[in-house]
Design a protein around this ligand. Structure first.
Ligand code: 4AD
Ligand code: MG
Length: 577
């Protein structure tokens, strides 16, 4: 029998059914601190977030890793206290290291990474934590030079942190926002999966402008191709006319050589060699002629950029929304959603706009505007309840540091049915407002500005509001035309603190009507021809919406600027890393 070679990478995992059981056992016995399955340590959350704050875990041996938030040497340098955080929860674990165990000076600077083994102990009476870790062995240290570390212990503004987007997850604020964001993503999938929606991945590179607003980033290799060519032409200039003429002459001479050889009845070998020389000369001439056509600058045809020479042989863009593509799936699989990055080249410098943001877009077949509103409301309320159930410690952090009303706002939204009002009635209400002077005009037919949206939800109704049936002139071509021929079956969900959180509509399913609307909006028909197939063949009433994921994180956390709730913000003038 073949002898098995010892392999340190051999799988230690039990069969899958036993793995599930093992996880359950770990979770169900709260007196034993669970070890991570995929790294050799215990999560700090498993200690400090256990029901009694970890007190009953005293006596257990654990290994933890994390980054020092605050470290100080005590007892004239005989031991050190480290506040350690590994990102698993907002609470730090207090760690005590004796000078005999490791040189304390390299452990205490803020930002140092330590990986330590020790025993959990009950701290002396009167201290705020329920458990602390007495270190017996320091397994690894990632040191920090405090003179150079860009994130000192002092309280730093979110604006300052934007210059260090790669390090800012080390701060309490950004790590709490990241956990809330993660929870909202998990809740999103949970909600839609629970309701039988299929997750569809729509393309990031597209050739259709969903909103028809011309705010797309172009995807092209023409610029870099042109730059490369220009560099190459500088090093190796195209052939001159004289060089080409000389090569032409050579071809002619080589041709004549063959004729002469043939008439002199030369040997087969000699003729074959002369033919090979002619072929070489012809190929060379072809190459030179091809190169002589190369010109610096973008390729052109009929005075326009020639996109047939671009990577996709046509103009392509980053998507502004996955809606058009996901509609195709809804008209086949009936309940679907997409959740991915979207891009808008708007030059908005507001605290509510990003150039790259994530959008959740469900699409429902056999459903109308009312179903759409019901789904959006149920989803937003589900998200709020989810955070209350699963993220209360991080939400508490937000309340203490950013927005006193954050938890109450979640509770209010989770519990309160949303107000629903037509655009026409909303305009009437806003026109009557006397206690506030709006900067933007309120008038039927003009889009509501953010200040109007916030006034409706924050001042008039003091709860989320769904505004529906907007004038067709201010909404996208795909929204269903109402019988009044003036408005479309659109709806926006407005929430306090943020304004527009969701934009959606019942879709225009009638082929003739949607075709007319595309032309009416001054858009070309050709790029939407594939989309119209869903109306040509087996069309069905359907609806959907898009929830701006960062707007939801803003709403939940109470943070003021959208640039601080996405890991790597992109906005005009800025795309770090
Ligand atoms: O209202 P919008 O433009 O709707 C659509 O894109 C539809 N195609 C969605 C659909 O029906 N499937 O965008 C939807 C939401 C807005 O309500 C807002 O929350 C967010 O996306 N949003 C932005 N978030 C951050 N930065 C921007 N520049 C945003 N533009 C829109
Ligand atoms: Mg909108």
């Amino acid at each position: 029998m073949e002898e098995q070679m010892a392999n340190e990478y051999a799988s230690p995992l039990p069969p899958i059914h036993q793995m599930a059981a093992a996880t359950l056992t770990d979770d169900s016995d709260s007196s034993i601190v669970p070890w991570c399955q995929f790294s050799r340590r215990v999560l700090i959350r498993s200690i400090v977030c256990s029901p009694d704050g970890g007190a009953s875990l005293a006596g257990q041996n654990v290994t933890v890793g994390g980054w020092v938030k605050t470290g100080r040497e005590q007892g004239k340098g005989t031991f050190a206290f480290l506040e350690l955080n590994d990102g698993s929860c907002p609470t730090n674990l207090q760690v005590i290291v004796d000078e005999k165990v490791a040189p304390l000076g390299q452990l205490v600077p803020t930002g140092t990474c330590v990986y330590v083994e020790g025993v959990l102990k009950k701290p002396p009476e009167g201290t705020k934590q329920s458990v602390e870790l007495r270190v017996e062995k320091v397994l690894d240290v990632g040191t920090v030079d405090p003179a150079k570390y860009p994130l000192p212990k002092t309280k730093l503004t979110l604006e300052f942190l934007r210059d260090f987007v790669h390090l800012r997850p080390r701060t309490n604020a950004i790590s709490a926002v990241s956990r809330i964001r993660n929870a909202l993503a998990y809740a999103t999938h949970t909600f839609f999966q629970k309701h039988g929606f299929l997750y569809v991945h729509t393309p990031i590179i597209t050739t259709s402008d969903c909103e028809g607003a011309g705010e797309m980033f172009q995807v092209t290799t023409l610029l870099s191709d042109t730059e490369k060519l220009e560099k190459e032409l500088k090093q190796n200039p195209p052939p001159s006319e004289a060089e080409i003429d000389a090569e032409k002459l050579l071809v002619q001479e080589k041709g004549e050589d063959i004729l002469q050889l043939k008439s002199a009845k030369a040997s087969k070998e000699k003729i074959t060699a002369a033919v090979a020389e002619l072929t070489r000369a012809k190929e060379n001439l072809e190459r030179l002629e091809e190169r002589s056509k190369l010109k610096p600058g973008l390729p052109e045809k009929d005075g326009k950029i020639d996109y047939s020479r671009d990577f996709f042989a046509r103009q392509a863009f980053l998507t502004v929304s996955g809606q058009l593509q996901v509609e195709g799936f809804a008209c086949a699989l009936s309940n679907v959603y997409t959740f991915g990055p979207t891009f808008r080249a708007e030059h908005s410098h507001t605290s509510r706009h990003l150039a790259e943001f994530w959008m959740v877009e469900p699409e429902i077949a056999f459903a109308d505007l009312k179903d759409d509103m019901n789904c959006a409301e149920a989803y937003v309320r589900f998200l709020c309840q989810w955070l209350l159930d699963n993220c209360l410690d991080d939400m508490q952090f937000m309340v203490e540091n950013f927005d006193k009303t954050a938890i109450n706002r979640l509770k209010m939204v989770a519990l309160t049915p949303f107000e629903r009002i037509s655009y026409t009635d909303a305009v009437k209400l806003l026109e009557k407002v006397t206690d506030k002077k709006f900067e933007n005009k309120v008038e039927w037919g003009i889009d509501l500005a953010s200040e109007h949206e916030r006034y409706l939800t924050e001042v008039i109704f003091k709860k989320p509001v769904i505004v529906y049936n907007y004038p067709k002139g201010i909404k996208a071509f795909y929204m269903r035309l109402n019988d009044d021929m003036k408005t479309v079956a659109a709806m926006d969900v407005l929430v306090p603190k943020v304004g527009e959180l969701v934009g959606g509509s019942q879709r225009e399913e009638r082929y003739e009507v949607i075709q007319k609307r595309i032309l009416e909006m001054g858009l070309p028909l050709e790029p939407y021809d594939w989309y119209l197939d869903t109306r040509r063949y087996g069309t069905i009433k359907h609806c959907g919406f898009g929830l701006g994921f960062e707007r939801m994180v803003l709403f939940a956390t109470g943070i003021d600027n959208i640039r601080d709730v996405i890991p790597f913000p992109r906005y005009p003038g800025r795309a770090d890393l």
